[in-house]
Design a binder for this molecule. Structure first.
Ligand code: AN7
Length: 405
């Protein structure tokens, strides 16, 4: 196992604590000797063991198993969505429901690995900037590991459920009067200047290693087969890359034959990657003042933008942007046709699918998986704003029946 810079190709040993390439500042990726992994694979175990992040232990970059910090993450449902198939006009649609993770989002898959690495490196404090879910997840895993946790947030812009989790798990929370991108700049500098604070934003290459397991599980749940396409919301763009990497590694070791077309969705008010894909730009242009009701992905300068561009282009995928109105419609479709509770950022996947079908960028014959990244209860205020209020009535039978007519 080693770090590899995605820009200059330099290689570094995994025992070193690194976030970016010491030579060129590029993003780092963790690479394995996949021939060795392949030789050691227990296919019987893979076919029969229950799903979880740690089922795929040979693909996880841990040096000391005794340090693993786990809350039972992964093993989330893959729902076949027949009523949505009919509504949207597609043949085979699934939802990978990441809301079923311990803290209600996919971030837990990354944190089980990231916080384990924090212990391996001997850190006493972990830190992140966050639009909410990273904070909720890190604060829970830090509690489990007995580490202090520092969180920098955009004040007033984090969904209530996420903030509530973070304060209850005991993180030290500071809300800055600014946006996520500014919070991130502060926490990066903090971790550079204070060596005992370990950075757990998605610049941290180990978190993405845990998130690869979304790709592993989707393939596993389909009987070791890749779908034609996987649709993912993009904020900092770690997840789309991680899922791609998961499929890529499974193909390298011979567990699947193909890699799905990775398709990323952003909100129209925060769409730097979508713009770069549509215009064929080599590098994306950051958005100065990102805006969307999907606060999770209200990010103008995505940390892992270069990795997302690569995942989309190498897999022959695409990208699309959706409006707040389209997001809310998709959120209601998921909730009312399938019984699936999604936070707004996650509903972008269904909104994006609808749009891409309409412009014939996706064929109705494809098998498609939408990744629903976060639970509906993350953002209760948004739900009440876009839903009809319950009517009130006197506590009398006739009054209630009259209102039901
Ligand atoms: C529900 O918590 O960036 O593209 O600080 O919470 O990997 O960033 C959250 C992102 C999608 C985007 N869906 O994933 C944070 C944060 C949900 C999210 C994303 C986020 P990336």
């Amino acid at each position: 196992m080693r770090y590899e810079c995605i820009e200059c190709g330099s290689i570094f040993p995994l025992e070193k604590k690194l976030y970016t390439c010491p030579k060129c500042g590029g993003l780092l990726e963790v690479e394995f000797d996949l021939e060795k992994v392949k030789e050691g694979l227990d296919t019987k175990f893979l076919e029969t063991a229950p799903l979880s992040v740690w089922k795929y232990r040979p693909f996880m970059p841990i040096l000391d198993d005794s340090k693993i910090v786990s809350l039972g993450e992964g093993g989330t449902p893959l729902y076949r969505c027949e009523r949505l198939e009919e509504e949207l006009g597609v043949r085979e649609l699934y939802v990978k429901y990441e809301g079923a993770n311990p803290t209600g989002s996919f971030k837990d898959r990354g944190m089980t690995v990231g916080v384990t690495k924090a212990l391996e490196f001997g850190a006493k404090v972990v830190a992140c900037a966050s639009t909410g879910n990273t904070a909720a997840s890190l604060s829970a895993y830090a509690a489990k590991a007995g580490l202090k946790c520092v969180v920098i947030l955009p004040a007033g812009k984090v969904a209530l459920g996420k903030l509530a989790q973070t304060v209850m798990h005991g993180a030290r929370v500071i809300g800055i009067r600014g946006n996520f991108d500014q919070a991130l700049a502060i926490v990066r500098r903090l971790c550079e200047e204070k060596d005992d604070i370990y950075l757990l934003n998605s610049l941290n290459p180990f978190r993405l290693q845990g998130q690869k397991s979304i790709g592993f599980e989707i393939a596993d749940q389909l009987g070791f087969r890749a779908p034609d396409r996987v649709i993912v919301p993009m904020g900092n763009c770690a997840n789309i890359w991680a899922i791609y990497k998961g499929f890529w590694e499974f193909r390298e070791v011979g567990l699947i034959e193909d890699i799905p077309k990775m398709t990323g969705i952003q909100a129209t008010g925060a769409m730097p990657i979508v713009e770069a894909i549509k215009l064929g730009l080599k590098e994306f242009r950051p958005v100065e003042n990102p805006e969307t009701l999907a606060t999770a992905i209200r990010i103008g300068n995505p940390l892992n933008g270069p990795k997302a561009l690569r995942a989309i282009r190498e897999s022959n995928g695409t990208a699309e942007a959706v409006t707040d109105e389209e997001i809310v419609r998709a959120q209601k479709d998921l909730a009312r046709l399938e019984g699936i509770g999604a936070e707004p950022a996650s509903a972008t996947t269904i909104a994006g699918l609808r749009k891409l079908l309409r412009v014939n960028a996706i064929s109705e014959d494809e098998s498609i998986v939408c990744v629903i990244t976060g639970h509906i209860l993350k953002d209760p205020q948004e739900i009440m704003e876009v839903s009809e209020r319950p009517v009130e009535a006197p506590a009398e039978f006739e009054e209630v029946v009259r209102l039901l007519e």
